[in-house]
Design a protein around this ligand. Structure first.
Ligand SMILES: Cc1cc2nc3c(=O)[nH]c(=O)nc-3n(C[C@H](O)[C@H](O)[C@H](O)COP(=O)(O)O)c2cc1C
Length: 366
């Protein structure tokens, strides 16, 4: 009897049919993937505690008791407190002047309202803590931390029967989190969208898998097909975690301009840059990322200051739907994302292609 290669310990841990985790900011995508038999983690780092509580209730009403996750950012390096205005006042004139120069050169319009960053958990530790307290009060089944180690919440979460997933870009971070007792570890490679380290997915996944023992390792970074899913399992992962491919799903609330750019993008259209947030991040190339990559650009500021500086450009571009200026986090697998499908179909196609891939290698699995 051949074992079902897609029935992994991640499936057992989460009670899911397929070892596929969607990272998404869109509740409709999350619900579609969860109800299709996969798992979803909703990014809530930009939301107020009240909005997070409302989103949790919204999801709970639609998933019939199935588990789901919420992702926050918990970077230890940001100030303990401070408003957007306090932090903005600390941005040096050199970097301000360069940002103004970009704004003039590309005729970047002003944002239509105030910048969204007032509620970003990455702004200061006080905001992140308030968001975290909602997840603990609500006993969200899975807490994931995209930036920063979640080790300090392990006891509080486990006392409430909640699972904690850590996302890492280096094996040494994985080692610390595994020793502390995280319930699963996401090994995210350089290919990934958003904040990411410099180790490739093909290198970090087996290295983390080798040290993880019984703890499930989830591969992230560039995963956009069933072949990636099959490969990740062969590398020692128990599943995959992906972001880019869900942005173009039918349910996704991402602006159609961005969806079309993602569908048309090739692997060469992403930029690995600190210019958006002060931390290395993979996004669709745009004038902001390219200007900060020029030799005459000043030093990029650390987080959260660079994020405050880029917010005017990002929001000005988005609010005014300026296609030539807009950007979005996107991974190197974007070149393989070529059609807009319902989220559930993306999941099923991945599963089918992964099984076909295994059969292509070892013969009939039935
Ligand atoms: C638009 C977008 C925003 C993201 N924001 C976050 C975030 O707030 N927290 C986080 O843990 N990961 C974030 N990520 C990264 C994903 O969790 C995931 O690791 C990544 O998308 C995997 O690479 P892939 O896009 O190639 O699948 C984001 C990804 C995308 C596409």
């Amino acid at each position: 009897m051949v074992k079902d290669p897609l029935r992994t310990k991640l499936c057992d841990l989460l009670g899911i049919d397929y070892p596929v985790i969607a990272f998404t900011h869109c509740k409709d995508v999350a619900v579609a993937v969860i109800n299709g038999g996969g798992f979803a983690v909703l990014g809530e780092a930009m939301h107020t505690p009240d909005d997070i509580a409302a989103d949790i209730a919204w999801i709970r009403e639609r998933v019939e008791g199935r588990k789901f996750g919420i992702d926050l950012v918990l970077p230890a390096s940001v100030p303990p407190s401070g408003s957007v205005d306090d932090l903005e006042a600390q941005i040096p004139e050199t970097q301000r002047a360069f940002a103004r120069q970009i704004k003039e050169k590309y005729d970047v319009p002003d944002p239509k309202g105030s910048v969204d960053l007032h509620t970003w958990g990455g702004l200061n530790q006080e905001l992140a803590r308030a968001q975290l307290d909602v997840l603990l009060d609500e006993r969200v089944p899975v807490i994931a931390s995209g930036l920063g180690s979640p080790v300090f919440i392990l006891d509080a979460a486990h006392e409430r029967d909640m699972l904690v997933f850590g996302l890492v870009g280096k094996a040494r971070q994985a080692k610390r989190q595994l020793e502390a007792g995280v319930d699963a570890i996401i090994a995210q490679g350089y290919d990934a969208a958003g904040h990411t380290g410099d180790v490739g997915t093909f290198s970090i996944v087996p290295e983390v898998a080798a040290m993880a023992g019984d703890t499930p390792v989830v591969a992230a970074g560039g995963v956009t097909t069933g072949r990636h899913l099959a490969a990740a399992l062969c590398l020692g992962a128990s599943g995959v975690w992906s972001g880019t491919q869900w942005l173009v799903s039918r349910e996704s609330d991402v602006d159609m301009i961005i969806k079309e750019r993602l569908l048309a993008a090739t692997v060469e259209d992403t930029s690995y840059s600190k210019s958006i947030s002060g931390m290395t991040m993979r996004v669709l190339k745009c004038p902001w990322t390219e200007e900060w990559a020029q030799p005459e650009a000043p030093d990029i500021l650390p987080a959260p200051y660079q994020m405050l500086l880029s917010a005017d450009y990002i929001q000005g571009a988005n609010d005014n739907r300026r296609e030539d200026l807009m950007t979005e986090a996107a991974g190197q697998g974007v070149g393989l994302v070529t059609s807009m499908k319902p989220a559930r179909q993306i999941l099923f196609d991945m599963v089918e292609e992964a099984l076909d891939t295994f059969e292509g290698v070892v013969g009939d699995l039935a």
